[in-house]
Design a binder for this molecule. Structure first.
Ligand code: SF4
Ligand code: SF4
Length: 94
């Protein structure tokens, strides 16, 4: 099993999950430095639809990211929609 980031991340995208992942398997389509340079409240407007994704092949199922997410966007894959599972995998080319 792995964790999946759902579309609840969109418009929040505070990157808190990235800081706590022990295996560095969370990423997004925009370089982290560039994203963090934009104030939290402006990210939704600057980057419409932006969210982070989890690489299921690397995720160790520790749950640290889910505990950190302020909008409960991160769930085990067996509790996520098929669309969210596919979108996370597709980001990593799978
Ligand atoms: S469950 Fe753990 S290993 Fe998997 S993405 Fe979250 S923090 Fe990283
Ligand atoms: S902690 Fe939640 S809202 Fe923040 S980037 Fe990660 S998934 Fe998105």
């Amino acid at each position: 099993m792995a964790f999946v980031i759902t579309s609840k991340c969109v418009a929040t995208c505070d990157t808190a999950c990235i800081d706590v992942c022990p295996v560095d398997c969370i990423a997004g389509p925009i370089p982290l430095d560039g994203l963090r340079a934009v104030p939290l409240g402006e990210r939704g407007l600057r980057f419409p639809g932006l969210q982070m994704f989890i690489d299921a092949d690397e995720c160790t199922d520790c749950g640290a990211c889910a505990a950190e997410c302020p909008v409960d966007a991160i769930v085990p894959d067996n509790q996520a929609s098929a669309a969210d599972v596919v979108r996370n995998a597709a980001f990593f080319g799978r």
